[in-house]
Design a protein around this ligand. Structure first.
Ligand code: PLP
Length: 483
């Protein structure tokens, strides 16, 4: 049968094998040559859309043609997150074992909503999350051996929403899920907290007006005294404080909130403490950064993203609770069609009750592959490398007459700026990113514009960071000369 005659039928196992081998070859070549592409896609809005037909094809097409169109029309619109010259935002790094684990998961096509719908999907996840808890030095209460346990969410945003909902139910005696929140519940975060907390408050019916953004101290961490004062003011006004989100590694500058102090306050006030360690949590694998997790014994929930800095491709957030019953009682709904003996025995975990959607992917497979392929020692090695490279970059900034450090460098992030002012720095980052040779992002630190260089890509080596610094210095000189 010719390719055209075959088009429209299911792909048979032999064609799948042939195309699958070719696709893996394509991905291996991509990984080997990723530095040849402009890191930030140079396309303008509409460029990709204009290449695409307005409707789906009536008849099936040949797979080779689809791949050819992918290379011609889609690839130019890719920003190459896996380039070793990608230094923007926080990383979303990946690795061979993770990609292959993800492929295996796709091939198995498991939907693991219940233990019954794939016992391995649930039991592997429980065990792997216990491994990770112990690797990160999390309190034992967050493991399945204690009263709590871990679950993989798609993102830190979902983890925060689940934590907020469970906190809302605990605070309302499980009435809010029946009648809606009472309008008096108040949540707290800092002015530096990730926007996902705001989004969660909007979704959970807490209301943005009932989220207090507590000011920060000089180091941009939450001011625990200001938090205590605000809680007291709210109580005096007849409101009901119920939830605090503290961050280990804020998005802008990797500031670390004082978890022990905030935790003691939450204990005393009976508030749910959620700790968001989206990227920085990974560093706690290394003993020398384990102190990041001090105070977690006070926390009710915790999350971090292996899909940021632990070589596990998006999406994979590890979310832990200290009391699994509160979470499952918050999120469970059991229609007749999902009833089964295993669930009713009470002997199994049904992860559908630990998350917002019903269905769930077999994400534990890729995480298991990563942990086994690298081992804890391998992961530590790479994390230490990244942190060492960031320290070297910070030294170059300190030694420069033209640039300065804009916030205390932490772990793998350096916030810095040219001394020539905000407009110059804006022009600098724009020119650098348009060069295609690296990708940096920016933030503001106390209203001052600065550049961020975050080192977390799997294959970033000293040569890439040194090349980035030469490019930054050289581009700044050109701009200063032309200005
Ligand atoms: N929390 C922090 C501190 C973050 O930096 C981010 C994203 O960078 C998030 C939460 C949101 O992560 P996600 O994309 O997994 O929802």
């Amino acid at each position: 049968m010719s390719n055209n005659e075959k088009a429209g039928f299911h792909m048979d196992p032999e064609e799948f094998r042939r195309q699958g081998h070719a696709l893996i070859d394509w991905l291996a070549d991509y990984a080997a040559n990723v530095e040849q592409y402009p890191v930030l896609s140079p396309l303008v809005p509409g460029d990709v859309a204009n290449t695409l037909p307005l409707s789906a094809p009536q008849h099936g097409e040949d797979f080779d043609d689809i791949m050819a169109d992918f290379e011609r029309d889609i690839l130019p619109g890719i920003t190459h997150w896996q380039s070793p010259n990608f230094f923007a935002y926080f990383p979303a790094n990946t690795s061979g074992p993770s990609i292959l684990g993800e492929l295996l998961s796709a091939g198995l096509g498991v939907q693991g909503m219940l233990w019954l719908t794939s016992p391995a999907c649930t039991e592997l996840e429980t065990r792997v999350l216990d491994w990770v808890a112990s690797m990160l030095g999390l309190p034992a209460k967050f493991t399945s051996r204690g009263a709590g346990g871990g679950v993989i969410q798609d993102s830190a945003s979902s983890a925060t929403l689940c934590a907020l909902l469970a906190a809302r139910e605990r605070a309302s005696g499980f009435q809010a899920k029946r009648t809606g929140p009472n309008g008096r519940l108040v949540a707290y975060c800092s002015t530096e907290t990730h926007s996902s907390v705001e989004k969660a408050c909007a979704i959970a019916g807490i209301g943005l007006d009932n989220l207090r953004k507590i000011p920060t101290r000089d180091d941009l961490s939450m001011d625990a005294d200001a938090l205590a004062a605000r809680i007291a003011t709210d109580r005096a006004a007849g409101l009901q404080p119920f939830f605090v989100c503290a961050t280990i590694g804020t998005t802008s500058t990797l500031a670390v909130d004082p978890i022990p102090e905030i935790g003691e306050l939450c204990d005393a006030e009976g508030l749910w403490l959620h700790v968001d360690a989206a990227m920085a949590g990974t560093a706690a694998i290394c003993e020398e950064y384990r102190s990041l997790h001090l105070g977690l014994d006070h926390a009710d929930s915790y999350c971090f993203n292996p899909h940021k800095w632990m070589f596990t491709n998006f999406d994979c957030d590890c979310f832990y609770v200290s009391d699994r019953q509160t979470l499952t009682k918050t999120l469970t709904i059991l229609p007749e069609y999902l009833r089964n003996q295993a669930t009713e025995s009470g002997d199994v975990i049904d992860y559908r009750d630990w998350q917002i959607p019903l269905g769930r992917r077999f994400r534990a497979l890729k995480l298991w592959f990563v942990l086994r392929y690298y081992g804890i020692q391998g992961l530590k090695h790479h994390i230490r490398e990244h942190i060492g490279l960031a320290a070297r970059f910070a030294d170059w900034i300190r030694a420069s007459d033209d640039f300065e450090i804009a916030a205390p460098p932490r772990l793998n992030l350096v916030c810095f700026r040219h001394r020539a002012g905000d407009d110059f720095n804006r022009a600098l980052v724009d020119k650098l990113n348009r060069s295609g040779r690296l990708f940096l992002s920016h933030t503001t630190v106390r209203d001052v514009y600065c550049l961020r260089l975050c080192i977390g890509q799997t294959h970033t080596a000293e040569s890439h960071v040194a090349q980035a610094w030469r490019l930054i210095e050289g581009t700044a000189r050109q701009l200063a000369g032309s200005g």
